[in-house]
Structures are given as C-alpha cells and as structure tokens.
Design a protein around this ligand. Structure first.
Ligand code: MTE
Length: 326
C-alpha cells in the first residue's frame, strides 16, 4: 500500500481505501464460507449480504435481482427479530413464540398444493428447497400493530412454485393454510383465532416477483418462532398476511376468507396493504416504531404507502378504492 505523509500523519491514498460497503460484503462472504455449507447438500452461493448469527444450519442465498428486493435500511438485530414475534399458535404474548416454538417438529414436512391446478402434489421440504435457487432479500416488514423490522430473508419467488403446478383458468386466488397441531402448539387451546391460521392472495399478487416463499433469514434456516420451515413474506402488506409454517396451498376461484377477516371483519380486510392514509379503526397507521430504535429519543418513522414498495406493486391496485378494499 502506498502511503502519503504529511505533517507526521500517515494516510492511505484515497483510491486505495476499500469502500465500507465493499469491505462489509467481502467480510460477509468470508464469514459465509468459513461457516461452511454443511446443510442438506445445498450449494454454497457467493454474494450473501448478511453476517450469519451462527445459531442454526446455514441457508445462503445469492443477492436477488428482483427490483425492490433489497432495501438500504439497516437490518434489525437477529436477537430482536427472533424474540419479538406474533405466532398465535404458540400464544398471544410477543415472547411466547420464542419460548414455546422450539419443540415444533419441522421435519419431515410436506406442503400440499391442490385445487385449480393441472399438476397438484405433495411437495416435501427437500424438494421445495431445491425447486429454485435461493436468494437473499432484505425486506421491511410492517406489522398492523404499528411496529416494523428489516429482515434479510432467504427464499425464492412464489411464482417459481406456481409455474410448476400449472394453474387452470379458474385459479383466481390462492389460500395458504398453516399447521394446526394441538400436540405441538399450546396456543391452539385458546380461541384467539379460528384454527388453522389461513391467509389469501389474488393470483396477480401471488405471481408478483416480490412475493417470497421463505425458508431462511440472516443466512440460516428459519427459527421456529419465525415460521419454520416455510412461510410467506409479503413486504407491501401488513405482517399478518405473511403466513408461517405453511402446510397447504389451495388454488381457488372465489376470494378465500382469511383468519383475521373471520375473527374481526370490521378491522381486517382481504388486501391488508400497508397504507398510512387508511387508519385501523382503533389507531392511526401513519407512523411506525422500528424495533431496535426504541430509546426515549427514538423518533417514530412515517409509514410509507405500500410500505415503500409502491413503485413495484402500485399497479396491481390501479383504480381500486383502497378505503373500501382495505
Ligand atoms: N402465521 C401464523 N401461522 N400465525 C400467526 O399468528 N402472525 C402474523 C404473521 N404470520 C402469524 C403468522 C403476524 S401478525 C405477523 S406481524 C408476522 O407473522 C410476524 O412475523 P415475524 O415474527 O417473523 O416478524
């Protein structure tokens, strides 16, 4: 390295200073390699963006090329993203999932894909993991309760799976059904929701490139409390649309009822797009608290239309009255 000397200080030449982002990404790739791709024979992929926490088996993903797939916001600390969760099957307190989901058996695991498709089938987890290359995507997740996180997910576009099963012309919507097992999920004993937890999407929403079928986060497989072994992530919708621990995907003609719509229809609709202009009946949706920024002086962040993904998804809702279709 050439060094410039002036007034006794030694500086590297400006052109030789590794930009911080490059340095970080090199370090992350190195950490990823050092951790070893020991899991399930998955190929080690370069270009990972996030340092691994080293808690669970690795699941690396290459940087996604989908527009909007990586936001510049600082990712939420892994400890926060895995200890402040909503997963009512394990209880309604934010700490319950981390405390009680550990025992959930996530292998063997099968996702049944059925309904209006030419090629229905039962996909076991290993088949799903190999269906398409894993990508890492850093998405904002905005919960309807007014908090948000930024999480580096690992998975691939749901469209990859949809294309394989060849939907018929009658497939207008998808319904996601998640695990409901009283033996393993203590929260099912309470009537907080109609089990199983279900969610739904319109076909064009499900086919959108940002719609992620996620198997991991922070370069590792999903922790149970975050929806292992496979969940949805819809970055422009409130967090509850992102169903965890999916066991069934149904292609249907009519708009399916969702768990939250069924529980409280006056408060939760089918679309649930993040919208700072449409308040929840009991609170404003104009601002949010970013988890990890909760000191006394932490400012609230303004909530963005479609959670900031409007350039990518706005067209899906052109001409719709978003007050009516909330
Ligand atoms: N999926 C199931 N099966 N059960 C749930 O209770 N909660 C939802 C969603 N998916 C939920 C679920 C809600 S309200 C949110 S905000 C997100 O999961 C939280 O995801 P995270 O814990 O990974 O941040």
């Amino acid at each position: 390295m050439h060094l410039l000397k002036d007034r006794g200080f030694v500086h590297p030449v400006a052109s030789e200073i590794t930009p911080k982002a490059v340095y970080l990404s090199r370090r992350r790739v190195w950490q990823g390699l050092a951790a070893g791709g020991a899991w399930a024979g998955l190929p080690a992929l370069g270009g990972a963006q996030t340092a691994r926490p080293g808690k669970l088996p690795p699941l690396p993903g290459a940087r996604s090329s989908a527009a909007g797939a990586t936001v510049m916001d600082k990712p939420t600390a892994y400890a926060d993203a895995t200890s402040y969760n909503n997963f009512y099957e394990f209880g309604t307190d934010k700490a319950d999932p981390a405390q009680y989901a550990g025992a959930l058996k996530t292998r063997p695991w099968t996702v049944a894909v059925e309904g209006e498709v030419k090629k229905p089938g039962n996909f076991d987890l290993d088949t799903l993991l190999k269906l398409s290359p894993m990508e890492e995507r850093i998405y904002r997740l905005r919960c309807v309760e007014g908090w948000s996180m930024v999480i580096p997910w690992v998975g691939y576009s749901l469209s990859e799976l949809i294309k394989r099963v060849e939907p018929t012309g009658n497939a207008k919507y998808l319904q996601f059904v998640t695990l409901a097992d009283r033996q393993q999920m203590r929260g099912l004993a309470s009537g907080s929701l109609d089990w199983p937890y279900t969610e739904g999407l319109r076909m064009d929403e499900a086919m959108h490139p940002l719609t992620l079928l996620a198997f991991g986060m922070y370069g590792e497989v999903l922790p149970n409390q975050n929806g292992a072994p496979v969940r949805m992530v819809l970055p422009w919708k409130y967090g509850f649309k992102s169903a965890k621990s999916i066991v069934r995907i149904r292609f249907v003609e009519k708009q399916p009822r969702t768990a939250w719509e069924t529980a409280i229809p006056s408060e939760y609709g089918f679309y649930s797009n993040v919208n700072p202009k449409v308040d929840h009946p009991r609170w404003s949706q104009a601002t949010e608290r970013r988890i990890g920024e909760d000191g006394v002086f932490a400012r609230k962040r303004p909530t963005l239309m479609f959670n900031g993904y409007e350039p990518q998804v706005g067209q899906l809702y052109a001409g719709m009255d978003l007050r009516k279709f909330y």
